[in-house]
Design a protein around this ligand. Structure first.
Ligand code: BJW
Ligand code: ZN
Length: 248
């Protein structure tokens, strides 16, 4: 697309090319071009429910069947779509910079399917359930409706992190170490409003890292990021890899 190349600062290209420790934080916008609805976009609504209201322990307590139906639907959606150039460009960057960490808020596993290996899924994933009674984890396949535990018979829940719940301490620590010690952090396709993920970019900035934001629109991070490129993540990241490392 005309203009993308001109919008990527030369300094970002140089710094990425020379990066020793690269971290990338992704959000729903990175999967948007695959056809996965974002959380806060106008396409995020499901049967008139706001995602922000379904992704809570309170919603599950009140109506577990409704919440499970939404997660089964989302699992089906992500299984029917393919990774896009944003996912593939990120997988390519992992090959170019040996000290690499991908931190994703996405639960769709599209990064894995695109070939990324070093991934911290800090908000969990859509393809597993966790028992509310015995904490057993089970893979989801043809499941529909409420999911019960094969081990104890208890009600299972999606293996994701809802609002008000703590993230896995070990994963979160690794995410802060990776972003805080990175010399280059790309923050792509996230509204950067959900904590603690939204603090990762500031950890990088405080330690002198170059933070390149890629988003369709400005976010609360935009004023603080070293640079922001407004555009589709697939196009911008593909161009960035090309400019920094040549032909893929
Ligand atoms: C494109 C594009 C294209 C589109 N190319 N770009 C401190 C202060 C205030 C509040 C809190 C705080 N600490 C904790 C909280 C409470 C809460 C929170 O952050 N609330 C804020 C909303 C105010 N956080 C929590 O509850 C967290 N728990 C926690 O911290 O525990 C301890 C604690 C609890 C309570 C108080 C204090 C401490 C847990 C957060 C878990 C978030 N879970 C979810 C659901 C996961 C499972 C599921 O998917 O169902 O995670 S919510 C949802 O938001 C999901 C996402 O991963 C997450 C982030 O969304 P994301 O990815 O940024 O998507 P969008 O839709 O918001 O943005 C998409 C962006 O892409 C947009 O900017 C578009 O422009 C862009 N875009 N197409 C490039 N093609
Ligand atoms: Zn159980």
């Amino acid at each position: 697309m005309a203009g993308i190349k001109e919008n990527i600062p030369d300094e970002a290209i140089q710094r990425l090319r020379g990066a020793k420790r690269l971290a990338i934080l992704t959000g729903a916008g990175v999967s948007a071009e695959s056809g996965v609805p974002t959380f806060r976009g106008k396409d995020g609504l499901w049967k008139n429910h706001l995602p922000q209201q379904l992704a809570t322990p309170q919603a599950f307590e009140k109506d577990p069947e409704l919440v499970w139906d939404w997660y089964h639907w989302r699992r089906k959606v992500v299984l029917e779509v393919l990774p896009n150039p944003a996912h593939y460009s990120i997988a390519e960057l992992e090959k170019r910079v040996p000290d690499f960490t991908l931190i994703t808020q996405n639960v769709d596993r599209l990064h894995l399917r695109a070939g990324s290996e070093r991934i911290l899924e800090i908000h969990g994933d859509l393809h597993h359930a966790r028992c509310g009674e015995c904490s057993a984890i089970a893979a989801l396949e043809e499941h529909q409706g409420l999911v019960t535990c094969d081990i104890c018979g208890g009600l299972m829940r999606p293996n994701v992190v809802w609002f008000g719940e703590s993230l896995d301490v070990r994963l979160l620590e690794q995410a802060f170490i990776a972003s805080g010690s990175s010399d280059f952090l790309i923050v792509a396709g996230t509204s950067n409003v959900v904590q603690p993920a939204a603090s990762l970019a500031y950890a990088a900035l405080e330690n002198g890292g170059y933070v390149l934001e890629v988003n369709l629109d400005p976010t609360p991070l935009t004023g603080s990021a070293t640079a922001t490129v407004l555009g589709h993540a697939g196009e911008v990241l593909e161009e960035l890899v090309l400019l920094a490392f040549g032909e893929q």
